[in-house]
Write a protein that binds this ligand. Structure first.
Ligand SMILES: Cc1ncc(COP(=O)(O)O)c(C=O)c1O
Length: 425
């Protein structure tokens, strides 16, 4: 079991103060903080091996290419994938767009009479299935694809408890793709993605999983989840910003048209046409994010050293504690599951009579950083009839004292706005 005090020592930002008090960082669902080990790995790369990868005959180019490709191996093994199944993107949003554009580009090519993989051709009469708890990153690319191609967008609804209603028969023979979030960033719900991917495959559809809030927090094996594609971001799992990952089955990646085109993604180039390299290079046009890949691989090593089972256990204990402390507060309602069944560490709540932004500001005055707003999941807020929530999201460097500080921030907000429960004389 890891020791939180020791973990905290690795995160320089956690020793700073904000608003004159020690920082309590409870916004890791938005982005995680970075340990020395990741910062040092990037610096080491720039100080020693910086060069453009996959080109050049000099020693630095060779070292940079080795660093980049061995980062791919580390990241693949962190999620049980094969190395060539890992495509580096800017973030999860770009990874999801890459797949959406594969559909769009394949459909355009098919309309022009080119031979393409029919699994990516979509049009009127076809459907794409998402859920009412998606982050906008896993909603808007599919809305756009449907608008371009005439396909329809369908979704699983969310129950009052904050769970997916997967019995609603939205997947049927018209479905070409089902794309679902593994753990909701706003509700904290962990969805039965394996079952949903099986439902997709049963009707011949492809399946994609948004792993943004699960890969950083629990052991994940992409093959075990049973989908065809998965996406997540490096910056939420101790890694740098500017790098995300698309995992895809090689057979599919190699039959998809490219997303971005240009240098490094080609096989052969003529003045009037070109052919494309196999995946993953086909999807990595231009000079890629080498230092970020090196940093992300170091983040994977760091988490592997802690043990993802331990990370998950630690966060479950903290989430259980958070829910219990919130339950003691009058006038505070959790949006999402209130028990620990299939639940991750994002805890959203609303406080009677106080706008979530005001709650966030009062918590900030106590040094507590939480996220407020619709969390890029606006339809989910609408489902619960609220404009926004305040969200506590924990990670490996948080402990119960951070939660206590957050709770006193909520109480301070209730006192400031005069909504604190009256104590009877
Ligand atoms: C569930 C989920 N999906 C997708 C994203 C988008 O990630 P990024 O902005 O890094 O692309 C996020 C970010 O908060 C998220 O929580």
């Amino acid at each position: 079991m890891f020791n939180v005090e020791k973990v905290r020592e690795d995160f320089p930002i956690l020793s700073r103060t904000v608003r004159g008090v020690p920082l309590v960082y409870l916004d890791s669902g938005a982005t995680s903080q970075k340990p020395f080990q990741v910062l040092d790995a990037e610096r080491h790369f720039y100080e020693n091996s910086n060069a453009v990868v996959h080109r050049g005959a000099h020693a630095l180019a060779e070292e940079a290419t080795d660093a980049y490709e061995s980062a791919r191996e580390t990241i693949a093994s962190f999620v049980g994938a094969e190395t060539e199944e890992i495509v580096f993107t800017k973030n999860a949003t770009e990874a999801i767009n890459l797949v959406a554009y594969a559909f769009s580009n394949a459909t355009d090519k098919a309309r022009q009479g080119h031979e393409v993989d029919q699994r990516f051709v979509i049009g009127p009469g076809d459907s794409i299935v998402v859920s009412e708890m998606e982050h906008h990153a896993n909603l808007i690319p599919w809305q756009e694809l449907c608008a371009k191609t005439g396909a329809s967008l369908r979704w699983f609804g969310v129950t009052d408890e904050g769970r997916l209603n997967i019995e609603s028969g939205v997947i049927d023979s018209t479905t070409k793709l089902v794309s679902i979030v593994h753990q909701s960033n706003i509700l904290g719900t962990i969805n039965p993605v394996r079952q949903i991917m099986e439902m997709a495959h049963a009707v011949g559809a492809l399946g994609m999983v948004d792993l943004c809030q699960s890969v950083p927090h629990m052991p994940v094996d992409v093959h075990e989840l049973g989908g065809d594609f998965a996406a997540w971001s490096g910056h939420k799992m101790l890694g740098p910003t500017g790098i995300g990952v698309l995992w895809g089955k090689s057979e599919l990646l190699n039959s998809m048209p490219p997303f971005l085109s240009g240098g490094s993604m080609i096989e052969m180039v003529n003045m009037d046409h070109s052919t494309f390299a196999p995946a993953p290079q086909r999807f990595e046009a231009g000079v890629p994010m080498v230092a970020q890949a090196v940093g992300l691989a170091r983040a994977c090593d760091y988490l592997t050293h802690l043990g993802m089972e331990n990370v998950f256990k630690h966060e479950r204990e903290l989430t259980d504690y958070t829910l219990a402390q919130i339950a003691k507060l009058e006038g505070v309602r959790v949006i999402g599951p209130t028990d620990m069944r299939d639940r991750g560490s994002a805890v959203s709540f609303v406080v009677d009579g106080i706008h979530p932004h005001d709650v966030g500001h009062l918590m900030d005055s106590k040094g507590v950083a939480v996220r407020v707003g619709h969390h890029c999941a606006w339809p989910t807020c609408r489902r619960f009839g609220i404009p926004a929530t305040t969200r506590i999201s924990t990670y490996i460097y948080n402990d119960k004292s951070d939660i206590d500080q957050a709770i006193s921030g909520i109480k301070a907000a209730q006192e400031f706005f005069g909504t604190a429960p009256k104590v009877s004389a």
